[in-house]
Design a protein around this ligand. Structure first.
Ligand code: GLV
Ligand code: MN
Ligand code: MN
Length: 424
């Protein structure tokens, strides 16, 4: 019997339509979390989901759930989804692919006239990127009980605007409680954002794990003073200290390579005037590694190294870890379902560890979860030139369709299960 397939052309067309919202001159997308453009993207998703017959629920973190009913709506749903927010110079696929692949599964279930046993939900998670509001994946983190609702809503951007205020402003401060309800399984489809699948000619990455992350913020304080009369030996130059910290962060990554990576992605210099010695610098550090013990060693090296640099440079330092999650091991039965589905469809697969963070990482704490990766051109992501081939996009959608269909037709082991009581 021929396998059921999604409509790859429709999924591609929807991605291209969504990419018009926040389109940048270089062919990418800038749709920062909770901006007017994020609202426009959400509105389009909600419109498409309603047209596909879904009911929409929005929780207090602004997470959107588009639900297609099943035969037994007391059973926990099967979820899928990702994010619509982007980096400032983001691409057309990071996040939005996982959201619209979920919608495409729902549209395809409609096309094929399939009634699943369980409801199926396509979700949009608020502020996955952690670019406008740190940390990343904050709303799926609240959903999973890792962060409190107050913590999530009080995250502020560089201008002091909080997520709670901005959710209200764009009309997406929902009323549903965040999390606390059963989900039968969760799948997230995403571009790889690295070079492995394309280089090896693989179409589907079966994501077994995601590497752990630690994020830090550092403020170095010296003294602003005149760039002319202030002699070199007496300067307290915070930017010079920051330059040494950037070297340190790079050395720590190299010392723990090939597994670990380390990045300083943000640097704010005060007062940022060409003839004032900088008295203050704010910078961020991002450490990732698929081994928690290595991350702990990197953490110790950073703390000791920053203290040494500050003392030698006569600077004060305030180093805070603002985000940590340990390595994620995805659910083996869901992972196997992805692998078997992909192989049944004839796609070449390989196991892969996610280098990026994803909402699925937090969902894995509350429900059996797996991810499906497809290649992206040159492994480039978080860049306006991010690109993927339509056949890869379709392949990931087809694998998602298979996995969700199988999970959505799983019945509880007993007639009156704990889950049907819990949601009744
Ligand atoms: C989000 O894209 C992250 O991995 O930082
Ligand atoms: Mn993403
Ligand atoms: Mn991203």
């Amino acid at each position: 019997m021929a396998e059921l397939m999604i409509n790859g052309d429709r999924l591609w067309a929807s991605l291209m339509e969504m990419a018009k919202i926040g389109a940048t001159p270089k062919g990418g997308v800038c749709r920062l979390a909770l901006t007017d453009l994020d609202r426009d993207g959400r509105d389009l998703f909600v419109k498409w989901c309603k047209e596909a017959g879904c009911t929409i629920k929005i929780d207090q973190m602004g997470n959107i759930f588009a639900r297609r009913p099943g035969r037994n709506n007391n059973l926990a749903p099967v979820g899928t989804g990702s994010h619509l927010d982007s980096q400032p110079t983001g691409g057309r696929f990071d996040g939005v692919y996982g959201v619209l692949a979920g919608l495409e599964v729902i549209r395809s279930l409609n096309d094929h006239g399939i009634e699943t046993e369980r409801p199926v939900e396509a979700s949009v998670w608020t502020n996955e990127e952690g670019s406008r509001f740190a940390p990343a994946m904050v709303a799926s983190g609240v959903y999973a009980g890792v962060f409190t609702l107050d913590y999530g809503l009080s995250r502020a951007d560089a201008d002091g605007k909080t997520m709670g205020e901005e959710l209200k402003r764009i009309g997406y401060a929902g009323t549903e409680p965040v999390g606390g309800r059963p989900v039968h399984a969760f799948f997230e489809t995403h571009i790889e954002q690295g070079p492995i699948l394309e280089a090896e000619g693989q179409t589907i990455g079966v994501v077994t794990d995601a590497q752990g992350q630690r994020w830090y913020e550092l403020v170095l304080t010296g003294q602003d003073s005149h760039a002319g009369p202030t002699p070199m030996p007496v300067r307290k130059d915070a930017l010079l200290g920051a330059a040494k910290v950037i070297q340190l962060v790079n050395q720590i990554g190299l010392a723990h390579a090939p597994l670990a990576v380390s990045t300083v992605g943000m640097l704010n210099v005060f007062p940022n005037s060409r003839n004032v010695i900088p008295g203050k610098v704010f910078l961020t550090v991002d450490f990732r590694c698929p081994d928690n013990d290595e991350l702990t060693k990197m953490d110790a090296e950073l703390k000791a190294g920053v203290a040494k640099i500050a003392a030698e440079s006569r600077l004060e330092h305030d180093l805070k870890q603002i985000f940590q999650y340990d390595c994620v091991h995805f659910d083996e039965s869901c992972v196997a379902m992805v692998r078997e589905g992909a192989q049944r469809l004839g796609y070449v697969t390989r196991n892969i560890v996610s280098g990026a963070g994803h909402d699925a990482c937090y969902m894995s704490q509350v429900t059996p979860t797996a991810m499906i990766f497809v290649p992206c051109i040159g492994g480039i992501s978080h860049n306006e030139i991010e690109d993927a081939k339509p056949e890869w996009i379709s392949a990931g959608g087809n694998v998602l369709f298979q996995a969700m269909l199988a999970k959505a037709n799983e019945l509880p082991v007993t007639g009156k299960s704990a889950e049907s009581v819990a949601v009744a």
